[in-house]
Each structure stands twice: as C-alpha cells, then as structure tokens.
Design a protein around this ligand. Structure first.
Ligand code: ADP
Ligand code: MG
Length: 267
C-alpha cells in the first residue's frame, strides 16, 4: 500500500485536496455514463454540481462513495484510493473491511432521505456510530442529541420518520451523516423531493455546515445556493464536465451554449 503523500505526488494531487478525480470513467455494460471526469475539491470547500437528468451526477457521487466501482481514472478521497486506472497497476486491495472504513469517512445525503423507518430520529443517529465505529450507546446518544440540536430538531429525538415533515426528515438525515464525523459530505439533490416551503430549512442547515468548514459536494438545482455557498460550480452534461467556474461568474456569464440553455431552465 502506498502512503497518502506518495499517492498525491504520483498523481499530482494539489495540497489540501479532499476529493480528487482525474479522467474518471464509469460504464454500465457497454454504456459509458462517465466519460472522464476531472474534479478537485479542496478541504473545507463546497463544490456544487448541476446538470440535466441522466448526465451522470448521481453515478459520480456514488463512485466517490464506493457505491459504484469506477471503470477507469484516478479517484482519491483524502489521498486514499477509491478508484484507479488498471494501467497504473494494482495499488491497493479493496476488501470489505477497508471499504467499510473508507465509506464511514464519506457521508451521503440522498434525495429520498433514506432514514430507517422503524427507528426514531435518535436511533437513526446512533446506529452507525455504534455498529461501525464501536461507540458506546451513551456516547453515541450524547453526540446524537448535540447533532439534533444543531439541525434544530432536539425536540424530535423520539419521533419516527413518518411523524416528521420531509424537511425535518432530511435534517435528521444530515445529522445522521454527521454522526460518523465524515471527512466529506456528499449531497444528491437533497431538496428535490421537498415541498417548496420546506426547501429553505434544509438549505439553512447546509449553509451552516459549509460555514463551519465542512467539505461538501452538492448536486443541486438550487442555483441560489450554488451561487451563495458554492466555491466552484460544475456543469455536467452527458457524462462530461461541460463547464466549470466560480459560481457567480459562471451563472452570470456561462461560456458554453449548453450551460446557458440549462441555466435558462433552472433560474
Ligand atoms: P443523473 O444523476 O445526472 O440524473 P445518473 O448518474 O443517475 O444521472 O445516470 C446517468 C446514466 O446512467 C443514466 O442514463 C442512467 O440510466 C444510467 N445508470 C445509472 N445507474 C445505472 C445502473 N446501475 N445500471 C445501468 N445504468 C445506470
Ligand atoms: Mg441523480
């Protein structure tokens, strides 16, 4: 196994990089969904990803999170390999234990909340820290209460998901991801399933996280959020990064006709 520093030197990963992708490819059968994605997300920054349905945004997040195996390219999270081009040689063995450890460092928040429906908010938060990290129940509970308070839901610790609004469920899902102390948080259209009046409360929590220095990759159609909170904006289309830039600049003055066309629909 190579060290983080060796990996970073070998692939020219910038200092302070949390997520680094170079030429990342992913095929399902003979359909290539990601056609060489490059991305660098510095630690403590927020990358927002936009793009039409089917462009490969979710697949890319799932590759970062080890939910899909990449077909090619270099992908590192905090200097550790997620994927690699076999032409570079086999750099590490992915066994299940390693996979679990790596996944525990990468939080994911889904469009559909994905809470355990038979568990209360509190139970949702303590499950993984106890099962995966071996935390004591007392410690996990203490942490869970603090996180529920952070997302404004300390009064809902004993509520089941069905007793919560969509916005509240998504805030619990964010707290649950945070309970694992992730190095990076991935969001896959976290507000797309919400009624419009509930979107704001989730975005407030996400903005607060960003301001606290959390490294985040956010797939979203909330252009206002991307403009105000994002450090970089990526427009994905048909499996490639069609355009990238500083969010305000790119939104005000998109260079690619495809970006312009897409933005005209979501602005
Ligand atoms: P987006 O999130 O941008 O809408 P996705 O990453 O979900 O795009 O999907 C990109 C393409 O990959 C779509 O054409 C989708 O049908 C295809 N795809 C995603 N997952 C799978 C899978 N497990 N098997 C086959 N095709 C898939
Ligand atoms: Mg998607």
């Amino acid at each position: 196994m190579t060290s983080k520093a060796e990996n970073q030197a070998r692939f020219g990963v910038p200092d302070n990089s949390m997520v680094f992708a170079r030429g990342v490819r992913k095929s399902f059968g003979n359909v290539e969904v990601l056609k060489g994605i490059d991305l660098n997300v510095p630690t403590g920054s927020v990358a927002c990803v936009i793009g039409p349905s089917g462009s490969g945004k979710s697949t890319f997040l799932r590759c970062i999170n080890h939910l899909e195996e990449v077909s090619g390219g270099v992908l590192l999270v905090d200097g550790e390999f997620v994927g690699y081009d076999l032409r570079h040689g086999k750099l590490y063995e992915v066994n299940n234990k390693l996979l679990c450890q790596r996944r525990a460092d990468i939080g994911m928040v889904f469009q559909s909340f994905n809470l355990f429906s038979h568990m209360t908010a509190l139970e949702n938060l303590i499950e993984a820290p106890m099962m995966v990290k071996g935390m004591s129940k007392a410690e996990a509970k203490e942490k869970a209460f603090a996180l529920l308070e952070r997302v404004g839901l300390s009064a809902k610790a004993d509520a089941y998901p069905r007793q919560l609004s969509g916005g509240q469920q998504q805030r619990v899902a964010i707290a649950r991801a945070l309970a694992m102390n992730p190095k990076v948080l991935l969001f896959d259209e976290p507000t797309s399933a919400l009624d419009p009046e509930l979107v704001g409360e989730v975005l407030v929590v996400m903005r607060d996280l960003a301001e606290s220095g959390m490294t985040m990759v956010v797939v979203t159609h909330e252009i206002g959020f991307a403009r105000e909170v994002g450090d970089q904006l990526i427009f994905m289309d048909r499996g490639v990064v069609e355009e990238r830039g500083e969010p305000r600049e790119m939104i005000a003055n998109p260079q690619s006709p495809r970006t312009r066309e897409f933005l005209s629909h979501v602005l």
